[in-house]
Write a protein that binds this ligand. Structure first.
Ligand SMILES: [Ca+2]
Ligand SMILES: [Ca+2]
Ligand SMILES: [Ca+2]
Length: 178
């Protein structure tokens, strides 16, 4: 009789919200060659800081994902650090630039996350999506987003999202009409 294998840990193919989206991502990533390390980075990035902010507060999902030190505020330094991680995560061939295929996967992953967890690409998340877009980041328009180009846009990204100009990104910056 065959022995049933018991997993020692909960199924790895589960998104923190239990939707099982990691399974779909895993599948896509296998096709496109994302390393396991990157996938784990992606999973942990999405699970960070869940205790810092009440669910459903304006911008809660964004703040959860980008707040590295758990104070429910996003500093300019956190934006730079997180964008650096995102770049590395999606630069699958590690050549220091996001090409069309790499950016396509980035767009798809980001938009799926916004649709599933942040109320879609309307309202404040439209700005976030726009600022992560290829056109915004490819400063010289050559179709490749280099690490330098991506990093150089971090300050502009921060300024766009710090709507009330108090020097941090917080829930207040995501309030409707704010
Ligand atoms: Ca913070
Ligand atoms: Ca690349
Ligand atoms: Ca470029």
């Amino acid at each position: 009789m065959m022995r049933i294998r018991r997993a020692g840990a909960p199924p790895a193919a589960k998104w923190p919200d239990g939707s099982g989206r990691i399974a779909r991502l895993t599948c896509e990533c296998r096709q496109t060659g994302v390393t396991l390390m990157r996938l784990l980075l992606l999973a942990s990035a999405c699970a960070l800081g869940t205790a810092a902010l009440a669910q459903g507060a304006p911008g809660a999902h964004f703040i959860e994902n980008w707040d590295m030190d758990g104070d429910a505020l996003i500093s300019a330094a956190e934006i730079v650090e997180k964008r650096g991680e995102i770049f590395v995560m999606f630069d699958q061939n590690e050549d220091g630039a996001l090409d069309t295929a790499e950016y396509d996967l980035f767009d798809e992953t980001r938009r799926a996350d916004i649709e599933a967890n942040a109320g879609g690409r309307k309202g404040p998340m439209a700005l976030v999506d726009q600022a992560m877009d290829r056109a915004f980041n490819d400063a010289d328009g050559d179709g490749l987003v280099s690490a330098e180009e991506f990093t150089a846009k971090s300050a502009a990204f921060f300024d766009m999202l710090d709507k009330n100009g108090d020097g941090v990104i917080s829930s207040a910056d995501f309030k409707p009409g704010g």
